[in-house]
Design a protein. Structure first.
Lengths: 245, 162
């Protein structure tokens, strides 16, 4: 427990039509990190997501339009920045991420002096596995991003992340809304801004519904789009904010 | 020769139409400039067909009409790119506004709750309804639920937010 008790923690949950799984996630979070504030960013849901989030004791950012995960997360980071939170953690609303891993991630954030900490699947913990072509695609992404980050990253598309104040400031201004921008491009942005990106292994629970596709064609499309997103992110001119460091 | 007259007339009409759109502010100047340049250019070519033949000789195109087609394609391509860029800007602006509105909404909700509770420590409504629900019911929330829940949870709140 390196985390100072005074560190203010915000859990950001981007949610799109997750009224089924959200109450359980909120309940788990209250047990795992009782001192944290929870912010559900309702990304234009058509169901009662905002309602169940308020009922679960969370703060709710109601986006009037669907902006995608990137837009929802930037809104969350802006909130974190304005309210002066020290650490912001992104957790998926579908119950895939186990809040019990959160404290380990927070400890690692401090211990490794990281600015961004990824809760990674395939890092020696948990039984979660992706097979076939999609796995190959993720391996390629992990290899390239590991080189960029200068550390070994095994799960670059994980949405389970912790960000400290430096990262919050960066992400509040620059969090891409592109496809895969919330995962891959945001990592590239963080690395280019000189932030330290590290990972710890986490267990991943199976999704409540809807298995990810194993089709090789879809995996190829995924890899293509992901690599394109990464190349564009790498070729973007450095913004003033990034250069300033 | 009548073909040239037709082309010339069409171009004059086009430029006139653009000017009307501009004057009624249905077209912003930054989009109209490209079209006006094109319209004037085509007017010139329509009035002096020899200019095209001269230009084709200068740039080394054998058939003058092909030069016109090529130029037209290039102009359309550039306009499409300009529009894509503008849409990108618009989407980014929309995104920023949506985020900002959501942040403001949360601020207003908390301010309302605070004023109702008269307490700096903010209590969240246990029933899950926002104090703003009466003003703007959420999708999927039956209207009678909204009204029913507001009364016991936050007396007087309905008037504040309505």
């Amino acid at each position: 427990m390196d985390q100072a008790p005074t560190a203010r923690l915000l859990v950001i949950i981007p949610a799109l039509n997750e009224e089924e799984s959200l109450p359980q996630v909120l309940a788990d979070l209250r047990v795992a990190v009782p001192h944290a504030d929870v912010l559900v960013v309702n990304d234009g849901s058509t169901d009662r997501t905002a309602h169940v989030a308020r009922a679960g004791g969370a703060l709710v950012l109601d986006l009037a339009l669907n902006l995608g995960v990137g837009g929802a997360m930037r809104a969350g980071f802006r909130f974190a920045q304005r309210e002066g939170y020290d650490v912001a953690v992104q957790v998926d609303a579908d119950g895939q991420h186990d809040p019990a891993d959160l404290q380990r991630m927070l400890d690692a954030l401090v211990a490794e002096q990281a600015d961004v900490l990824i809760g990674a699947r395939f890092a020696g913990r948990g039984a979660y596995a992706v097979r076939g072509a999609r796995r190959w695609a993720m391996t390629v992404l992990a290899f390239v991003l590991s080189r960029i980050a200068g550390t070994r990253l095994t799960d670059t598309t994980s949405g389970f992340r912790a960000a400290n104040r430096r990262a919050i400031d960066l992400f509040a201004a620059e969090y891409p809304a592109e496809y895969l921008g919330d995962t891959i491009e945001s990592l590239v942005i963080a690395c280019r801004a000189g932030l330290r990106v590290r990972q710890v292994g986490v267990e991943m629970r199976p999704r409540a519904g809807g298995a990810p596709s194993q089709s090789p064609v879809k995996a190829a499309v995924f890899l293509g789009r992901a690599l394109l997103a990464m190349l564009i992110a790498l070729s973007r001119p450095m913004t003033e904010r990034e250069v300033r460091r | 020769m009548s073909g040239y007259a037709f082309a010339l007339g069409a171009c004059v009409l086009l430029v006139g139409f653009l000017v009307v759109l501009l004057r009624t502010r249905r077209l912003r100047e930054k989009y109209a400039v490209a079209w006006i340049v094109v319209g004037v250019g085509v007017c010139v070519f329509g009035a002096f067909p020899g200019a095209v033949e001269w230009l084709a000789r200068v740039v080394g195109v054998q058939t003058p009409s092909n030069l016109l087609f090529a130029l037209a394609l290039i102009v359309l391509l550039l306009v499409c790119i300009q529009l894509s860029a503008e849409i990108t800007t618009l989407e980014e602006e929309t995104r920023t506004i949506v985020e900002e509105v959501a942040l403001l909404r949360l601020d207003v909700e908390r301010a309302l709750l605070r004023s109702v509770a008269g307490d700096a420590e903010l209590p969240l409504p246990a029933d899950g309804y926002s104090p703003l629900d009466a003003a703007a019911p959420l999708d999927g929330v039956p209207a009678d639920h909204v009204g029913a829940s507001l009364d016991p949870a936050a007396p007087g709140d309905g008037e504040t937010s309505a």
